[in-house]
Design a protein around this ligand. Structure first.
Ligand code: ZN
Length: 313
């Protein structure tokens, strides 16, 4: 089969059976031997209603309990400051902005901020008054070469057609403008440890699973110059290790620890026995996870990867 990412006929079915911790549906994966990317198979006809909704977003107040939410917000504030300091954009587009932490911070710094969301996103996302949120159903919204910076922050892997989204983003990005894509890295060691229960696999919400190499090559083929390839979010990378290791002890109830940390209604639905096992085995997965995290950072096999690329033509 033809790989949509690298355009080679090197895509084939794998034997991985991956279960969704929310819908309990099972999915299979295709793998490309050339670029190392994977693609989720077996999605329902109504992915937005079947796989997202309140179980995924939790609530408007946040996806996590207040302390974790504060850490996320702080992280996004640092990301926004990094974008501002390094690229000084006048106009920024974020593809899928969720609670819009990055954009709200950039707006405070005087940047004009825009977000493109799927029409099926939660109403509180679409009606965010701080940000200009438009949906993919509205066509030709911006003139070509309108933005100096376009960000896909843990969004690219959710898109049913990331290649077309990349081409659309390229159209509205200025020449010499910067594209920033941050995604889970399926060529990381934590992913290869036990792919089907890897925390960041998150099937079926993640449809495309990029390897660092596959994503770099994709951008280069679309006339981008790679400026920087860095480790993604430290918390995501470290938690990816912790949760993926804890899942090995309760493969029938994955991501229990994560739902516990989410708090609110997510936590109330968690089966308490697997949670107890995941908590008690912390004595094993904390030291191994820390070691795995350090090795990944030192060898550039990051659990999540962020790529900055400049539009050349
Ligand atoms: Zn490929």
């Amino acid at each position: 089969m033809l790989c949509p990412i690298c355009q080679q006929k090197t895509l084939s079915q794998t034997s991985h059976k991956c279960s969704d911790y929310l819908s309990k549906h099972t999915f299979t994966l295709l793998n490309c031997h050339a670029c190392g990317c994977y693609i989720t198979q077996g999605i329902s006809q109504n992915p937005t209603t079947d796989y997202y909704g309140t179980a995924y977003y939790n609530s408007k107040k946040g996806k996590f309990s207040p302390l974790i939410e504060k850490i996320f917000r702080f992280n996004h504030k640092r990301n926004a400051q990094f974008f501002y300091k390094n690229f000084q954009p006048k106009r920024v587009l974020e593809m899928g902005c969720g609670r819009a932490y990055i954009l709200r911070e950039l707006k405070q710094l005087g940047v004009q901020v825009y977000c493109l969301e799927s029409a099926g996103a939660a109403e509180w996302i679409l009606k965010n008054e701080d940000v200009n949120v438009l949906t993919t159903e509205q066509e030709n919204i911006w003139p070509t070469e309108f933005f100096q910076l376009i960000v896909f922050w843990h969004v690219f892997e959710h898109l049913p057609d990331p290649i077309t989204a990349l081409e659309q983003a390229t159209q509205v990005l200025e020449k010499d403008g910067v594209l920033c894509i941050s995604v889970p890295n399926i060529s990381s060691y934590q992913a290869q440890l036990a792919l089907a229960t890897w925390f960041h696999l998150d099937v079926p919400r993640h449809l495309f699973h990029f390897s660092k190499k596959g994503l770099i090559e994709l951008l280069e083929r679309h006339d981008y110059e790679i400026l920087k390839v860095t480790s993604g979010d430290a918390i995501q990378n470290l938690f990816g290790w912790f949760q993926s290791l804890a899942n090995l002890f309760t493969p029938y109830a994955p991501n229990t620890l994560y739902r516990f940390l989410q708090g609110g209604s997510a936590w109330r639905k968690v089966a308490k026995f697997p949670l107890l096992i995941q908590l008690l085995t912390a004595i094993i997965w904390v030291p191994i996870g820390l070691l795995g995290y350090i090795i990944e950072e030192l060898t550039a096999h990051y659990g999540t990867v962020t790529i900055f690329a400049k539009k050349k033509v």
